[in-house]
Design a protein around this ligand. Structure first.
Ligand code: HEC
Ligand code: HEC
Ligand code: HEC
Ligand code: HEC
Length: 133
C-alpha cells in the first residue's frame, strides 16, 4: 500500500489526470463562469456558435457577436460611465477612451478561454478590481 502521503497524492493526481483525459467532453473549451451556464445545452455541449458563429475554423469572435447580447459598444460604455466631475480620482472608462473612443474590440481585453487582461496596461497601470478575469 501507500508508504506515505506524497505517494498517495501523486497517485491521486495521476488518477485525476487520467479521468480528465478520458472524460467524455468532446468540445471542451474552458469558458468563463459567467458564460458557461447560459452557453451550455442540455447535453452538456458548449454552444461555440454563440460567439464564433457557424464557421468551420474558429477565429477570434467578431464584436457583433458580443454585441448581440450585450448591446452596442456605446451601451456597454454607458454601464461604466464615470461621473463628469471625477477627473483623475477614478480610472478612466475602459469602454470609451481618449485614444480609441468605443472602437476597441471587446476581445482586446475580455478573453474567454484564458485570463482576461486590460489592453491599456501595455502602457498604463490602471486598476480595475471589479473586472472579471
Ligand atoms: C448569448 C449571449 C451572450 C453572448 C454572445 C456574450 N455574452 Fe457576455 N454575458 C452574457 C450574460 C447573460 C452574462 C451574465 C450577466 C451579465 O453580467 O451581463 C454575460 C457576462 C459577461 C461579462 C461579465 C460582466 C460582469 O458582470 O463583469 C463580460 C465581461 C462579458 N459577458 C463579455 C462578453 C464578450 C467579450 C463577448 C463576446 C466575445 C460576450 N460577452 C458574448 C451573455 C452573452
Ligand atoms: C480596454 C479594455 C476593454 C475593452 C476593449 C472592453 N472592455 Fe468590458 N470591461 C473592461 C474593464 C476594465 C471592465 C471593468 C470596469 C470597471 O471596473 O469599471 C469591464 C467591464 C465590462 C462589463 C461589466 C460592466 C458592468 O456592468 O459593470 C461588461 C458587460 C463588459 N465589460 C463587456 C464588454 C463588451 C461587450 C465589450 C465590447 C463591446 C467590452 N467590454 C470591451 C475592459 C474592456
Ligand atoms: C463566450 C464566447 C465564446 C464561446 C461560447 C466560445 N468561444 Fe472560442 N473564443 C472566444 C474568444 C473571445 C476568443 C479569443 C481568445 C480568447 O479569448 O481566449 C476565442 C478563441 C477561440 C479559438 C482560437 C482562435 C484563434 O484564432 O486564436 C478557438 C480554436 C476557439 N475559440 C474554439 C472554441 C470552441 C471549440 C468553442 C465551443 C466549445 C468556443 N470556442 C466557444 C469566445 C468564445
Ligand atoms: C500604446 C500605448 C498606450 C495604450 C495601449 C493606451 N494608452 Fe493611454 N496614453 C498613452 C500615452 C503615451 C499617453 C500620454 C500622452 C497623451 O496624453 O496623449 C496616454 C494618456 C492617456 C490618458 C490621459 C492621461 C492623463 O493623465 O490625463 C488617459 C485617460 C488614457 N491614456 C487612457 C487610456 C485607456 C483607457 C486605454 C485603454 C483603452 C489606453 N489609454 C491605452 C499610451 C497608451
Amino acid at each position: 500500500m501507500f508508504k506515505n502521503l506524497s505517494v498517495l497524492s501523486l497517485s491521486l493526481t495521476l488518477a485525476f489526470s487520467l479521468a480528465t483525459i478520458f472524460a467524455p467532453s468532446a468540445n471542451a473549451m474552458k469558458l468563463k463562469d459567467y458564460h458557461k451556464e447560459i452557453m451550455t445545452d442540455e447535453s452538456g455541449q458548449v454552444e461555440c456558435a454563440a460567439c464564433h458563429g457557424d464557421v468551420k475554423r474558429k477565429t477570434i469572435p467578431q464584436v457583433s457577436a458580443c454585441e448581440s447580447c450585450h448591446g452596442s459598444a456605446e451601451d456597454v460604455a454607458a454601464l461604466t460611465q464615470r461621473p463628469a466631475d471625477a477627473g483623475h480620482t477614478v480610472e478612466p472608462n475602459p469602454h470609451d477612451s481618449m485614444h480609441y473612443g468605443t472602437d476597441l474590440a471587446c476581445t482586446y481585453c475580455h478573453q474567454e478561454h484564458k485570463q482576461s487582461k486590460v489592453y491599456c496596461n501595455q502602457c498604463h497601470e490602471f486598476e480595475y478590481p471589479s473586472m472579471k478575469r
